[in-house]
Design a protein around this ligand. Structure first.
Ligand code: SDX
Length: 436
């Protein structure tokens, strides 16, 4: 970051001496006012619940321009990556800062393939869950449990340990998600097949059975790979910030990523794809497109607590570029599967059209986000709704680990420890119980 010529001066109307604060430029995007010395100089904190105006770190990984609807991974537009690259190239880009050449890609892919199996003991963790346990409850447990197999061999301050942890996590997430699915289906786990692509191997572990050969559908393989690319990273979102804060204590990467999985589960975040599909199915049950107007009235009624899931975003005040790409992928997959008349896809497009013309949404700059169409394409592929967020976690693991490693690799990083504005009881004495 570069010190700006100008500085910020904080002055107080009650005569408290003003304070000069340095301003820094990034390479693109908003400047930052450096408030690190504010408390020492003024005895005051800044106040920003939800971090609407707070940069928690400096990062070189992902840049979002919410007004333009622009998303760049290490400078490359998401539209170009989703069209010209696959998930292994995207992982290499996010982790190391550059797209690999053919040899580099083959080497990286081989290293990931060499770590796709999980310890045989992992299957016994699943047995503790009911068969109908939510896959994200299982994933939160399984990813955290990986710590038990690597905790004593993970020195996060050792770059090589950080590197192998990244490879292990990227490699094992598909295996764990597929195991969670097979467990819920009461089917035997399928071991990874390292001669398949990353997405193809995931499909095999999900949909193959020991009883017959499973052939990967290349259209679905490409669609899944693109879904992984679109979900790979997204700046300092809630789950990434969770991973950074958790990792800042020096805990092992598996525990920090497990914290990210837990945060992503929420319906305001990664859980929105599952919530969005359930919303579409509810509207369909109510009567489909003819009932959209009635549903929209509920959404606009603050007291209803109903939101249009898959719409709105803290940063994007324009169309989420991933939503556009996901809609295209939807069309491709539905057409390939002969489902172009899928009623939920038609319903989603009708909802989007109505919302984008409705003043409530226009005024609030609410557009479809990555979760609006992702569920429809996953459902068409045969992925159960309850597994959608686990797929999001699978894809986002590379972003989480890249961001965690960027933080730990920064010699200046400290444990994250925010403060508060205290509004509780001031000091008081405990009275004997007879006098309370
Ligand atoms: C992801 O941060 C990331 O980058 C996340 C993510 C990633 O890749 O990591 O992009 C993935 O989490 C996408 C978001 C998925 N969540 C949803 O689709 C759930 C529905 N959306 C919302 O809950 C909401 O839009 C948020 C949580 C996404 C953003 O909320 P903000 O930024 O806190 O905005 P807000 O709640 O203050 O909304 C502003 C106004 C409010 O109305 P007013 O009080 O001004 O009258 O817009 C309204 C909100 O009520 N609003 C919605 C709405 N989203 C916001 N009203 C109806 N339906 C919605 N979906």
């Amino acid at each position: 970051m570069k010190l700006a010529d100008n500085k910020a001066t904080l002055s107080f109307s009650n005569g408290t001496p003003s304070v000069d604060l340095p301003v820094y430029h990034g390479n693109v995007g908003p400047d930052v006012v450096d408030i690190r010395k504010l408390y020492a100089q003024t005895g005051m904190f800044t106040y920003d619940p939800g971090f609407l105006s707070t940069a928690s770190c400096q990062s070189a990984i992902t840049y979002i321009d919410g007004d333009k609807g622009e998303l760049l991974y290490r400078g490359y537009p998401i539209e170009q990556l989703a069209t010209n690259c696959d998930f292994m190239e995207t992982c290499h880009l996010l982790l190391y800062g550059n797209l690999p050449d053919a040899a580099g890609k083959a080497n990286f892919t081989q290293r990931v393939s060499n770590h796709t199996m999980v310890n045989e003991q992992m299957q016994f963790f699943l047995r503790g869950f009911r068969r109908d346990a939510h896959p994200m409850a299982i994933m939160t447990g399984l990813v955290g449990a990986l710590s038990a197999f690597y905790h004593d061999s993970t020195d996060i301050n050792n770059p090589e340990h950080r590197e192998i942890s990244a490879i292990r996590l990227i490699a094992k997430m598909p295996t764990l998600v597929a195991m969670a699915y097979k467990y819920s289906a009461g089917q035997p786990y399928m071991y990874p097949k390292n001669n398949l692509s990353y997405a193809g191997n995931f499909m095999h572990m999900m949909f193959a059975t020991p009883c017959e050969e499973y052939v990967v559908n290349p259209v679905i393989e490409r669609a899944l790979d693109r879904i992984f690319v679109l979900h790979a990273d997204h700046e300092q979102n809630a789950s990434t910030s969770t991973v950074r804060l958790c990792g800042s204590s020096g805990t092992n990467p598996f525990a920090a990523i497990a914290a990210g999985v837990a945060c992503l589960w929420g319906p305001a975040h990664g859980g929105a794809n599952e919530a969005c599909l359930n919303m579409l199915e509810d509207i369909q049950k109510m009567g489909g497109i003819s009932k959209v107007g009635q549903f929209m009235e509920q959404v606009k009624d603050k007291n209803s607590g109903v939101k249009l899931m898959g719409f709105g975003h803290r940063v994007y005040k324009n169309y989420d570029p991933r939503a556009k790409l996901m809609q295209e992928t939807c069309k491709e997959v539905l057409t390939a599967l002969g489902l172009e008349n899928d009623p939920l896809f038609k319903l989603a497009m009708a909802l989007e059209k109505i919302a984008l013309e409705d003043d409530y949404f226009v005024q609030r700059k609410l557009y479809p986000n990555v979760d609006f169409y992702s569920g429809i394409v996953q459902r068409a592929i045969g992925i159960p709704v309850s597994l959608f967020t686990a797929i999001f976690a699978l894809a986002r693991t590379v972003g989480w680990i890249a961001q965690l490693n960027e933080m730990i690799g920064d010699p200046e990083y400290k444990i994250g420890r925010p403060r508060q504005l205290f509004t509780g009881s001031v000091k008081r004495d405990v009275m004997p119980i007879a006098q309370r």
